[in-house]
Design a binder for this molecule. Structure first.
Ligand code: AR6
Length: 186
């Protein structure tokens, strides 16, 4: 891990780490998945590679009952060989022009993922920067939504989550997210 920053939000810690999300021990790791829940490239590919085949077997069992996972929603599986208990597979929006509901759908990913993780008893969660790779969401805009939404959830009364960490791939992504946090959280 080459860089990290912590912010206090209500009773919780909001952390920013530069690195590979599959290497960071946590209760629930959030994946940037697709609606068909079939795996793919980017962080999704990395999570399935590091976690092993049991994660896809669980998704195979979930798929028939829900069909596609709606954009802005998520499903939970075990974490296989990852250093985690759960994987929350969240489906971010494909970015078009920002006028197709993308901000609300991206915020929903973060909110729903935190709620599902909390329902499973998770107290610590790691997030990648959802939608900012293949799905093309401009990172500064996505970071503002991500940090704002997670901070609001952590500030809600009786939020059971103790620590959320954004694990960012590369120095630029790390810097963009830390700047968003400095602006939003002081
Ligand atoms: N750890 C942390 N962040 C990562 C890692 C990693 N190991 N690998 C990539 N990133 P993306 P999306 C960053 O494309 O835009 C997949 O094919 C990456 O630099 O993984 O939501 C799915 O199956 C970027 O900033 O997710 C979907 O089809 C961020 O993670 C589609 O891509 C998200 O990039 C989802 O696209």
């Amino acid at each position: 891990m080459s860089a990290s920053r912590d912010f206090q939000v209500a009773d919780a810690t909001l952390s920013f780490l530069e690195g590979d999300i599959t290497k960071v021990p946590v209760d629930a790791i959030v994946n940037a998945a697709n609606a068909r829940l079939v795996g793919g490239g980017g962080v999704d590919g990395a999570i399935h590679r590091a976690g092993g085949p049991s994660i896809m077997r669980e998704l195979d069992a979930i798929r028939p009952s829900i069909g596609r996972c709606q954009t802005g929603q998520a499903v939970v599986t075990g974490a296989g060989e990852l250093p985690a208990r759960y994987v929350v597979h969240a489906v971010g929006p494909v970015y078009r022009d920002g006028e197709q509901g993308e901000p609300d759908l991206l915020a929903s990913c973060y909110r729903v993922s935190m709620q599902l993780a909390a329902e499973k008893g998770a107290r610590t969660i790691t997030f990648p920067s959802i939608s900012t790779g293949v799905y093309g969401y401009p990172m500064a805009a996505a970071a503002e939504i991500a940090v704002g939404t997670v901070s609001a959830e952590l500030s809600a009364p009786e939020c059971p989550i103790e620590r959320v960490a954004f694990v960012l791939f590369g120095a630029e992504a790390f810097g963009v997210h830390v700047r968003a946090a400095e602006q939003l959280l002081g």
